[in-house]
Ligand binder design. Structure first.
Ligand SMILES: O=C(O)CCC(=O)C(=O)O
Ligand SMILES: [Fe+2]
Length: 266
């Protein structure tokens, strides 16, 4: 594969920097990776309020990474991601493994500043919907520009606030929430705007709605993904959602550019 050019065929949604690769790994590779994850000593798991995680590659500090070699079974995955996407300037050196029970999620957030702004997330085990929400500054900008246009001044530059540039307000219409269906064995990659202008998160719920999903076709919904139809009682509007039934594991693969070989040089 030839990197960014090849990636074009996996672009989803309206942002230029959001890619979804179905079946990035085989079922057999998935089982092997899951086997390694659950083979790790129980002390490798860190329990958070609503999920567990394993940290591989070392400790991420504000000032960089205190590195630890990734194990070969993870390097196999991260090398394949680097080779195929061509989006990482050097090998991925950090992997966070999150485990979610069917009612668990992750609150909307932006990834920390220590990371190079490209994220690759491999999904295993069970499907989930990831929601992208525009950053507050962009949401406010949208409201502000709506309010201004309703005053019919026709001038979006008349206040020295966060909306004071035509360019920013012009972009605001593009900053609508959207979601992605992440199926087992798939790889999601996002960078640039999708990384910096949006928060990403997964709802703490057994049911995930598909109404804002931009990769339905690519994710090819069928019964084994857990896709179901539920009926909205009042308007009898059919709305498709997924019923989460199994544990989902994700591998968040990233690069920390600043690596400290020696703790005392921090
Ligand atoms: O589990 C996921 O798909 C998302 C994880 C995530 O956003 C993170 O680890 O920063
Ligand atoms: Fe994240």
């Amino acid at each position: 594969m030839e990197g960014e050019e090849t990636m074009e065929e996996y672009r989803v949604g309206t942002l230029p920097t959001l890619y979804y690769i179905p079946d990035f790994i085989s079922d057999l590779q998935q089982s092997q990776i899951l086997h390694h994850i659950y083979e790790a000593p129980v002390t490798k798991w860190k329990s958070l309020k609503n999920r567990r995680l394993q940290n591989w590659g070392g400790v991420v500090h504000e000032k960089g990474l205190l590195p630890q070699d990734l194990p070969p079974w993870l390097k196999g995955v991260t090398n394949k991601i680097c080779d195929m996407t061509g989006l990482f300037p050097s090998p991925i050196n950090h992997v966070l493994i999150n485990e979610y029970l069917p009612y668990q999620g992750i609150m909307p957030h932006q990834d920390g500043p220590a990371y190079f702004p490209v994220v690759a997330i491999l999904s295993l085990g069970s499907s989930a919907v990831m929601d992208f929400t525009p950053h507050v500054r962009l949401r406010e900008c949208t409201k502000e520009s709506d309010a201004k246009s309703s005053t019919s001044t026709g001038n979006v530059n008349n206040k020295g606030d966060g909306c004071s540039e035509d360019r920013v307000c012009g972009d605001a219409a593009d900053h609508l929430p959207f979601s992605l269906l992440l199926k087992p064995c798939s790889l999601l990659i996002f960078k640039d705007k999708a990384y910096s202008d949006y928060l990403h998160g997964i709802e703490d719920s057994h049911i995930h709605k598909l109404d804002k999903v931009v990769n339905i076709k690519e994710a090819q919904i069928h019964p084994s993904t857990g896709a179901t139809k539920t009926l909205q009682s009042e308007e009898a509007n059919e709305q498709i959602s997924i019923q989460r039934s199994g544990t989902r594991i994700s591998l968040t693969c990233r690069l920390v550019l600043k690596v400290h070989k020696n703790l005392f040089k921090f």
